[in-house]
Design a protein around this ligand. Structure first.
Ligand SMILES: CC(C)(COP(=O)(O)OP(=O)(O)OC[C@H]1O[C@@H](n2cnc3c(N)ncnc32)[C@H](O)[C@@H]1OP(=O)(O)O)[C@@H](O)C(=O)NCCC(=O)NCCS
Length: 85
């Protein structure tokens, strides 16, 4: 996202919508990966209830080498699968 549009709640709103749609489609768990150097993204995911469940070593290309990926998971089964549209 363009830097001047950040920190206005856009990512949280989009991710919330995506998770609700996924739940309605029957998804029980959401997974994602993030670079350990990406503090804003980690703060976003952790504030939305994602929990760290693992590490993929050397997963990403990075300047001068590789960077690990932190793996996150969030359970969606507490949401009704047939909630409001
Ligand atoms: C990570 C990113 C998508 C966040 O988007 P955003 O629209 O700015 O995020 P939001 O405004 O919805 O923020 C929601 C929460 O995330 C956390 N957060 C977001 N940016 C943060 C920052 N720079 N520092 C600390 N926490 C941050 C906060 O908890 C925030 O809630 P708050 O503002 O009430 O404190 C954005 O910084 C971005 O586009 N980064 C570059 C691309 C990228 O890293 N994508 C993700 C790859 S895994």
């Amino acid at each position: 996202m363009a830097p001047d549009l950040r920190r206005r709640g856009v990512a949280r709103a989009l991710l919330t919508m995506l998770l609700l749609r996924a739940r309605r489609a029957g998804t029980l768990h959401a997974f994602l990966e993030v670079r350990p150097s990406n503090a804003p993204a980690m703060a976003l995911y952790e504030s939305m209830g994602f929990q760290r469940i693992g590490l993929r070593r050397g997963y990403y290309q990075a300047q001068g080498g590789r960077e690990d990926a932190i793996v996150y998971r969030k359970a969606l089964d507490w949401l009704p699968a047939d909630g409001p549209q």
